[in-house]
Design a protein around this ligand. Structure first.
Ligand SMILES: Cc1cc2nc3c(=O)[nH]c(=O)nc-3n(C[C@H](O)[C@H](O)[C@H](O)COP(=O)(O)O)c2cc1C
Ligand SMILES: [Mn+2]
Length: 482
């Protein structure tokens, strides 16, 4: 399997890598990452991955890579798929592949490039690496945004890998935010319930396949490392952390081992979150860092965490749409024709297109999409439309919503669902639960055949007329002023 450096070379050959020298780690790096996403829409191939070097105050070679999987081409490359796929084709192919993923246990190798440098005890200083400050109101510098937090279940020993943000408190003290229900949080709480510290290993730079599996929805009890192996069709190579025994990618760029201490807490955050707000900041247990390992000239991976409409969340929207679609299939919901996690709202809005087969079909689909593993956490709206609507176009969805739903008949509310500290619409003291609205914007099943017909020229008529009048229409387009 290629390492991060080879992956970056591949991206460079695709023309999608921008190398930038001389930025400041303090906001400037992050703002370039934000502007790069703003200037190029999520679907444009020109949207680059970024590799920063010669960062202010740091020696050459200590690099930061960001925006790694913010294009469908790079996402496909990482998952071993065709980089030329469009968004919707990506979802279709991904969901078919995701169905057949059989976890392949990782291989543990004796040594890895991660151990080229090992630092213990008083020499540890995480700010020897160019840790960015990402957002103006952040409570500190965040070394972990595109990271792998590795924990082991103290009862049955399975290893979880999750992407959870990590703030630097001091040179050997860091803070970790894991929302309730997240697998790493369940592990930590089990250690704490027994009055024990929770051993943890964290990688901060690695091939993006690891980030994709750690930040999406592998089931509880399944190690994301085995899941990554399943996607790649071969085991990933890991090394065991000498202090904790916890596995890390053998070619990780930079990693730590440490322990989360029960009872020792510090304020974590605020931090600009994927919702587009600073919503969660609270006391979190402190991690004592006992060892740091890195390759020569390590590359720290970063994810800028911008509001969803930036398209920053492209990978999670496209992958989640595939997972949701499969969950609907597994639950026996027939004739789902498309699933779209709306990039402007991220997890907060899922749209389904179905061909209605029986009364209640639309509600069934909506309830399952809102509560299955891929859709349950921090959801808000599920909208179901008929399959004549192109749900990848928000204008079409809004048209269907506006014209085929009637609020008192079409909207179902479910209370007390899985939310969390990041929910910006829930007051601090009430965080934990939130409600869901299931919106059925299909033609009502019982009189769907009498529903007013859709107007506008048919595709065949448009084709016929535009052929005959192509000269006129093309000239207008050519003469269009910018
Ligand atoms: C860039 C990025 C940052 C994230 N940060 C956090 C975080 O700080 N805390 C958290 O609980 N989840 C965070 N998540 C979401 C989790 O990574 C995601 O829910 C994942 O499935 C968690 O792993 P788990 O299912 O093994 O718990 C983040 C996701 C991304 C893409
Ligand atoms: Mn997990």
């Amino acid at each position: 399997m290629p390492d991060l450096r080879e992956w970056l070379q591949q991206v460079d050959r695709m023309g999608e890598l921008e190398k930038i020298d001389g930025v400041d780690w303090d906001l400037e790096l992050a703002t370039i990452a934000e502007l790069a996403n703003e200037k190029f829409a999520a679907h444009e191939r020109a949207r680059p991955a970024l590799l920063f070097d010669k960062i202010k105050g740091y020696p050459e070679g200590r690099r930061v890579a960001a925006n790694l999987v913010s294009s469908v081409g790079r996402l496909s490359l990482t998952l071993g798929m065709d980089p030329a796929l469009g968004d919707f084709d990506f979802i279709q192919q991904w969901r078919r592949r995701a169905k057949d993923i059989k976890a392949i246990d990782p291989e543990t190798v004796k040594d890895g490039s991660l151990f080229e440098t090992a630092i213990r005890g008083a020499d540890i200083d995480l700010l020897q690496f160019p840790v960015p400050r990402w957002h103006e109101l952040d409570g500190g510098r965040y070394i972990g945004t595109d990271d792998l937090v590795v924990t082991r279940d103290p009862d049955d020993g399975w290893v979880n890998v999750g992407t959870y943000r990590v703030m630097v408190y001091a040179k050997d003290r860091i803070g970790l935010h894991m929302s309730p229900g997240k697998h790493g949080r369940v592990h930590r709480d089990k250690y704490f319930a027994g009055g024990k510290p929770c051993p943890v290993a964290i990688s901060f730079g690695h091939h993006p396949i690891y980030f994709l599996v750690a930040s999406t929805d592998a089931p509880y009890g399944v190690s994301e490392y085995a899941y990554a192996g399943g996607i790649l069709g071969k085991p990933v190579d890991l090394v065991a952390g000498p202090l904790t025994g916890l596995p890390l990618p053998a070619d990780s760029e930079l990693a730590i081992e440490g322990e989360v201490i029960p009872g020792e807490t510090t304020v974590e955050g605020p931090f600009g979150e994927w919702t587009g707000y600073y919503a969660s900041s609270q006391n979190e247990p402190v991690i004592r860092v006992n060892a740091v390992y890195h390759r020569r000239d390590p590359i720290l991976c970063g994810f800028p965490l911008l509001r969803p409409s930036s398209g920053d969340n492209l990978h999670s929207c496209l992958m989640r749409a595939g997972f949701l679609w499969n969950a609907l299939d597994d639950a026996g919901v027939p004739d789902v024709k498309a699933v779209w996690v709306h990039p402007a709202a991220g997890r907060f809005m899922t749209v389904l297109a179905i061909r209605q087969r029986y009364p209640g079909h639309a509600r069934q689909a909506a309830v399952i999409a809102s509560q299955c593993r891929a859709g349950a956490y921090l959801g808000r709206y599920v909208v179901v439309v008929d399959d004549d609507v192109d749900i990848t176009k928000s204008d079409e969805v809004i048209w269907a919503l506006g014209t085929r739903s009637d609020p008192s008949r079409s909207i179902e509310i479910i209370d007390r669902c899985w939310s969390g500290p990041l929910d910006p619409a829930i007051p601090r003291e009430e965080k934990g639960f939130s409600s869901r609205a299931l919106i059925d914007a299909t033609r009502p099943y019982e009189w769907r055949d009498k529903f007013p017909l859709v107007s506008g020229a048919s595709a065949a008529l448009k084709e016929k007329v535009s052929k005959k009048w192509s000269k006129l229409l093309d000239e207008r387009v050519r003469n269009k002023r910018p």
